[in-house]
Design a protein around this ligand. Sequence first.
Ligand code: HEC
Length: 180
Amino acid sequence: MVFYLISSLVALPYRRATILLTLALAFAAVLACSPSGKDDAIASPTPAATVVVVRSGEALFSGICASCHGLSGEGQPNWHIRKEDGTLPPPPLNGDGHTWHHGDGFLYKVVRDGGKWMESPDIPHFKSGMPAFGEQLSHDEIVGVITYVKSLWGDKTGRGMSIREWQAEVSLKDPFPAGP
Ligand code: HEC
């Protein structure tokens, strides 16, 4: 019994050492198998695919348009009441306002050239707060962001029919301009 106790006391440090050594070897093995930073870069999506995702209409909308038109395109409250500077607050683009009355070509011009495009000496009271994005966005990006806006309309109806159908019909006469 005494012998057994002594031998286990002596053995204890060795056991600890064995456990520690095993742990150290396991750790080293994990380190050896884990990929280096370089391999990680190769395994991630290609830059081209990333650009397509980031540049999608939805990403463009939340990045550039949502600050004024709202994250879901809901617009600002009282959007139809003119402010002191003569401009209107940003309207809803989600199908609740009247965006869907306009054809694709009209919507394209509003985004490319801004609301200034609609200002005219014939309507002196009208001043627009919608900026122009023609310098910032390519043709495809403008079409993409408008296509995204149209996807927000869901199956809402107006004038007794689906507003998407209504807008599609108007767009037959007023389509997106041809690309560059
Ligand atoms: C600085 C605020 C601001 C930003 C940013 C902005 N808009 Fe506007 N937008 C407006 C205002 C204000 C109007 C109302 C224009 C008017 O009175 O002519 C408007 C009008 C519009 C209209 C016409 C709506 C209608 O029912 O006639 C469209 C379409 C539109 N914006 C799309 C966009 C898109 C797409 C983006 C992002 C690329 C964007 N806007 C970014 C302020 C903004």
